[in-house]
Ligand binder design. Structure first.
Ligand code: HEM
Ligand SMILES: *[C@@H]1O[C@H](CO)[C@@H](O)[C@H](O)[C@H]1NC(C)=O
Ligand SMILES: *[C@@H]1O[C@H](CO)[C@@H](O)[C@H](O)[C@H]1NC(C)=O
Length: 529
């Protein structure tokens, strides 16, 4: 990206010298270009999505996008009179169509031919470290007679390409069924172990008599990443690298740099945690099969097929890291927000506490029961996903497609930003920006509204969505069952409700601004003394 920038600058300087452009002439030309591009062209081509104007050709909105994508998209909505028609922004050479109208969104998710995921996946794979030969192998469909065409092999009976195979495998692992339950059980076992009173030092920031003061953010981050790691890899990664959980938390904070291939030349903060995770995964992959007995079925199966295809170690580890990241990235942020809302409103807390406590018949947590019999918690979970869900789903336009009267041209990308769907005042009403604990309880069908997309949609609709709910609900249920918790009194005023961190491009559930934690006062319940 920066090489291209350098050649662009060179080219401009060359033109400048060649034609003896004075700054004044340059400014006039730029102004003419801008008027042509953003005032005249839109009139000549009313069916093309309007472009949000910019001053620097090619570079466009790049800086604004990485600085605060949410604000940039809001500016685009304002520019188009908040009609929610498709509009376009320019992010370094690439035109991105922004789709925010509910019916455009459904049409976009439905048309997998015109708006294709593979082009985007290819780009993602490159950004994550898949290269050259491995990339070719990953798309290769086994043909009769080839080394990878194994008739009657139970592993890949439909002879899918490695990429398709991987997707099929994690769907089977994550969607409801015995494999999902196995993963949930491993996750819950880890939760029970972490959430022991004597184990809470990792998030304790102070002690008051019999109580501990806990950092909510640290509690959620560590507990959820640890449990996810164990649900996928058993104790193997922990044994190879005792700091694997911290590495994943640090990686997570900057993972957007990997997604957008942010140049690493500036000593990027993602480099070190990424290297450590890659090393850990490479060591893990190289273990003999009998030393990887605790791994989940999907990890085992994907690694086996990668080996048959002959993919190199670095690329194998990159894919596993991508899946490992997807399983981790949202869980602790959504747990944080649900808990923050409950702690800040004691009445809500009591209602939800009664729901979770009812899920412990004979002292054993019945998670399936809780997930279908807690209408208040359910509504709060959905509302927290709405307010904090910032996923931006990408597709590549392969053939022209008309959305709301605007024609999207092939070669460009389309972006469906959950945040703008969830903040559409026409859908959600005047209190769109407020947390309304009963919004989804009063109108259950809202979870199926096409302007509600915390888990994305279409071919990449999150396969982990059911598991995610079980995991978050069990975290709360165990926490409430074992401890008395409440918002701590720190200083003279009530703690402020944390703000959403909108300073980096969002990839899923956005977290809180770093300096705004929630401190909770926690005591062990009497029955456990
Ligand atoms: C509240 C929690 C979660 C949220 C909000 C969430 C959100 C999302 C979103 C928005 C996507 C689509 C991304 C895209 O289209 O570019 C996605 C995909 C995915 N999610 Fe989740 N997710 C959650 C939990 C999980 C969990 C717990 C797992 C696994 C254990 C998981 C595994 C995946 C995978 C593997 C994909 C890729 C699907 C594909 O490309 O076909 N997710 N998730
Ligand atoms: C969009 O317009 C509203 C109302 O005029 C204004 O309050 C808001 O600041 C604008 N947003 C941006 C990002 O320009
Ligand atoms: C979760 O929140 C943290 C900040 O607390 C942020 O760095 C991270 O990117 C968030 N996760 C996602 C998926 O956006």
């Amino acid at each position: 990206m920066f090489l291209e920038l350098a050649s662009l600058v060179k080219c401009i300087l060359y033109t400048w010298n060649r034609f003896l452009l004075t700054p004044a002439v340059g400014c006039v030309l730029l102004l003419l270009w801008r008027i042509w591009r953003f005032t005249v062209l839109p009139v000549l081509r009313p069916n093309e999505p309007k472009e949000l104007p910019y001053w620097i050709p090619v570079f466009g909105h790049t800086i604004a996008f990485f600085g605060n994508s949410d604000k940039l998209l809001e500016r685009g909505l304002n520019y188009t009179g908040r009609t929610h028609e498709v509009f376009a922004i320019q992010v370094f050479r690439k035109k991105l169509y922004i789709i925010t109208n509910p019916s455009d969104v459904s049409n976009a998710f439905r048309d997998n031919e015109a708006l294709h995921f593979d082009g985007h996946l290819n780009e993602l794979l490159c950004n994550w470290g898949f290269e050259g030969e491995a990339l070719r192998l990953a798309w290769h469909v086994p043909q009769p007679g080839e080394w990878c065409y194994l008739p009657g092999n139970p592993l890949n009976p439909n002879h899918l390409s490695l990429n398709r195979f991987t997707e099929e495998v994690y769907r089977e692992q994550l969607l409801p069924g015995p494999k999902m339950d196995a993963m949930y059980n491993a996750f819950a076992t880890a939760l029970f172990a972490t959430l022991e009173w004597s184990n809470l030092d990792f998030c304790t920031v102070g002690v008051r008599g019999k109580s501990r003061l806990l950092s909510l953010s640290m509690l959620c981050r560590h507990t959820m990443v640890d449990a996810t790691t164990r649900s996928m890899f058993g104790s193997h990664l922990h044994r190879i690298n005792p700091t694997v959980v911290e590495n994943m938390m640090n990686f997570n904070d900057h993972a957007w740099m990997v997604f957008f291939r942010y140049p690493e030349i500036f000593g990027s903060p993602v480099t070190e945690p990424r290297r450590q995770l890659m090393d850990t995964l490479k060591t893990f992959i190289n273990l003999p099969a009998h030393a990887r007995t605790e791994q989940a079925w999907s990890i085992d199966t994907i690694l086996k097929w990668q080996e048959i295809m002959g993919v190199d170690l670095h690329s194998r580890a990159s894919i596993i890291l991508m899946i490992y990241w997807a399983a981790n990235s949202n869980e602790y942020n959504i747990s944080f927000w649900v808990l923050a809302h409950l702690l800040h409103s004691p009445d809500l807390f009591r209602t939800v506490y009664e729901e979770t406590e009812a899920a412990w018949p004979h002292g054993k947590l019945d998670i399936k029961w809780l997930c279908t019999n807690a209408p208040n918690l359910d509504a709060i979970f959905s509302e927290a996903l709405r307010l904090n869900g910032g996923a931006m789903v990408s597709r590549v336009v392969r053939s022209p497609i008309t959305l709301g009267g605007k024609v999207l041209q092939p070669g460009h990308s389309a972006l469906i930003p959950a945040r703008q769907l969830h903040m559409n005042e026409k859908v959600w009403g005047d209190n769109v920006a407020e947390f309304d604990a009963t919004r989804f309880k009063n109108k259950k069908s809202l979870t199926r509204h096409s302007s509600y997309r915390p888990f994305g949609g279409g071919v990449t609709y999150c396969p982990g969505r059911v598991l995610a709910k079980e995991e978050v609900f069990s975290f709360l249920a165990i926490l409430f069952h074992r401890f008395d918790i409440k918002l701590a009194v720190v200083g003279a005023e009530k703690q402020k409700f944390p703000k959403l961190d909108d300073s980096t491009p969002a990839l899923g559930i956005t977290g809180p601004v770093r300096s705004m934690d929630v401190i909770i006062e926690t005591t062990l319940k009497n029955k456990f003394y």
